[in-house]
Design a protein around this ligand. Sequence first.
Ligand code: GAL
Length: 957
Amino acid sequence: MTAYYEDLSPGTGMRAPRAWLRSSQPKLSLNGRWQFKFSTNPAEAPADDDWDELEVPGHWVLQGYDRPRYTNTAFPFPIDPPRTPEANPTGDHRRWFDLPEDWPRDGAVLRFEGVDSCFKVWVNDAEIGTAKGSRLPSEFDVGAHLWPGRNSLAVRVHQWSSGSYLEDQDMWWLPGIFRDVTLLARPVVEDVFVHADYEHLTGAGILRVDVDPSYARILVPELGLELAPEETVTIPSVEPWSAEVPRLYDAQVVAGGETVEVRIGFRTVAMVDGLLTVNGRPLFFRGVNRHEHDPRRGRAISVETMRQDLELMKQHNINAVRTAHYPPHPAFLDLCDELGLWVIDECDIETHGFIYTDWRGNPADDPDWAPMMLDRMRRMVERDKNHPSVVIWSLANESHRGRNFGTLAEWTRERDPSRALFYERDRSYEFSDFYSLMYTPLDELERIGTRTEDVTIDEPDLEARRRALPFILAEYAHAMGNGPGGLAEYQHVLERYPRLQGGFVWEWIDHGLLLPGATDYVYGGHFGERVHGANFCIDGLLFPDRTPSPGLLEYKKVIEPVRITGPNPLTIHNLQTFGPLDHLEFLWVEEVDGVEVAAGRLEVPGVEAGAPVEVDLPDLTSDVAGERWLTVRAVLAKDQSWAAAGHEVAWAQFELPSRVVEQPDASTEAVEPKVEWGDDRVLLGEGEFDLRSGRLVRLFGVPVEGPRLDLWRAPTDNDNGQGGNNSVAVEWRAAGLDRLEHRVDEVVVEEQQLVVRERVAPDGLGLGVRVSYRWRAVGDGLQLTVDVVPEGEWEGTAITPRCSSWPRIGVRMALPGSFGNVRWFGGGPGEAYADSREAARIGQYECTVDDFQTPYVVPQENGSRIDVRWAELTDADGNGLRVEGAPHFQLTARRWTTEDLERARHRSDPTPAEHIYVNLDLAQHGLGSASCGPPATPQHTLEVAERTFALTFRRTP
Ligand code: GAL
């Protein structure tokens, strides 16, 4: 007989799926400490002794039993559907609970919000049923088996089941009872289905609520309504729900002494003229893909964490979330209704691992699997159908083509015609209301925007249908490690063409795990998994502890719902879909050399969604000399549910004409010091150079390791890409950029300058660069000009590949470790790169060298500040070094070398050295998002070419 965990049934004994309801009926939470016994396979029966304790909701692999496994696409067991491996980790859970004599046992329901991946349940030793579908609820009638006093509950959970073949999402495999368990008294109100439309032309709301039982009453006190199930009423004027203004009306459904609380949001989703509209207007998604993740608790996340996620999204201008790749905890959707986000609710289906059989046996195309797949769709739709935030149902993720999607789509359209359907991976899109792709390069996106993309389907009707569909970028901008680059370019294209209705960055949070007592996050491979996806799950906009990464700050800036342009005319564009801007106030500040000289508030006339308005420039009369910038900021005028008054939503900076500044002209500075030759030293002004190497060894009396050319950086995940052609790091390594040798050819004096000439090149290859360092004394400082000329086979040969870019071009030097404070005038406060620099604004900043680092979970190049005019690195007394650009440079400073950083696999790996290593770059290569997507664009490619740059060193104070 086939074991229940290997058969193709969705479960046995489950009640019909229904909405998630907040009921007044008595209920008993069964969360808490349970007894637990782990077995390595289902054949082991738990002995009566020998039980441990475990927290429910939770995953046993995060509580000391067995181990988490991370795979991206591969199943961590042989592909032999629907069979599971013999080693099928099994967790027996049991607990007791007391029911008072008068607790209404009759008709009671036992509800599980999520159990991964398959379980059987017993109440007072009576077998009740089984279920699969990890991220979906299951309910069982248990009334007949309960008694007053002490009752027992036992749940046997198997990690692997036939259902696992439908659950191959790119994430940790985390078995267990990971969502709430509740005993509910008999539901009188079985189910509720709210249909609340909004007539955008008249402002009317149309309400109908289907209820089982049909004798229920529905009350909406705020609208003075009392209606019967299935009765349709038109309310002449309601406030609509939108993600921008998430207006909800409280309602009660009352029957037989039970009251169910529902919150109604009036909104109408419709496909109009090839676009997804809500309340008559096309939507534009500034979205993220969100997995449920907590570094200690895995997917057993708390409601506080869900709220934190949503507040962070709102604070970062994100207006949409795709619940990649399964329905979230139901409370999350309640919070989306309340805080205001558009939701693509995705079904718990992904069969990605069949890519390794070339899709042979893919359940999605096997009618035997249709019942199990349809069951999942039904459980999602029924559970979540009352959330105004959910505007799109997604059938699945990455499960190729399959007939079963037709079954799912057909059922869903029939059951809930009020929402759109989405499925990305069936390239015919026949069951989807959207054309969609992932990680689409910009040129392709442009073509899609103009509907000039290549023909993708042979069948003309389907092709014509697809071409008429709106487009959603289901995933893009892979936020793995340092990146993504190119967000601004994407936004530019997405906003340009109406067909493009926005996108969803991959992904919200790094799935790093923090094990008890550990300080470093771990990722795939840590647990000795035979097959694993390494750090491919460390690809979020948030670090695992939910600290925003620079990528999130960049995204926030790029997707601002208000765009400020100027300065003359100064224009405020309301990029929202529905709301006015009266929740914002506009502040300005004028700074000279990063120091505030004037500030005020702007009067901004009311402006409708989608429209611009011109604003009078503030009175900028200060006559302080220096570099002048005007910064205009839009901040919340009053507290919102997701941020306090004063929270910044949008900003812009404009450079103003400088007042006359006295530029000290180096050539007219006091008598220039001459170069003096010693036995093994050369002196020039305050600099002391090694005679043989020409390298600076002492500056203003401070020992330094002289600046020398540096072309290398610790490759980022996006540099590494996916190997082969999709990896600049492979190209750079092939050209030996990670092992450059310096040979000094000449140390001479020319026109009062100390000139050092070098050739820098790797072993074994003929390519290299000629470098000259020209030093001259300027007043109290030293100026360095560097010329770099590439030579040799950068274009490649018959057996060596072409190398067309450099990671960086600049100089690196070592300073005393005591110079641990950084102050600079330039871009900040955070890191920025050529294609991720929108969030950097010009100002004066300071922090420590330690805080200058961006703590990527897997260490890699980070922390660069751009457009730096000058920077000072000083000790606690303010003594140190000042570097000035001509005009700008890019600054990186850390307590370890690039090589140490490159070797590190975890945050705590690089050990602080005695020195501070400083990179002063003319430029760095862009970031791109080639870890899963396109590389840096040509515009942000640091091409191999002749370059010259200059820096001036001075003493500080
Ligand atoms: C997509 C997939 C995601 C994730 C991403 C890369 O193909 O849908 O689940 O794997 O790539 O991180």
